[in-house]
Design a protein around this ligand. Structure first.
Ligand SMILES: [Zn+2]
Length: 50
């Protein structure tokens, strides 16, 4: 599992809410999960549009 890094964006595919990671996860064994509308949010790839 990859951890959230600074600049990563997560989006709820149900309602469209987006969050941006302002600081990376530095914990050793954590598995951060962002959820909205009862489901996990999808990590968005940067540079999707050119
Ligand atoms: Zn939502």
């Amino acid at each position: 599992m990859s951890k959230p890094y600074q600049g990563d964006t997560f989006k709820c595919e149900s309602c469209g809410m987006e969050i941006e990671v302002k600081a990376p996860c530095n914990c050793d064994s954590g598995d951060p999960i962002f959820a909205c509308c009862g489901t996990s949010m999808k990590k968005q790839t940067a540079a999707a549009s050119a």
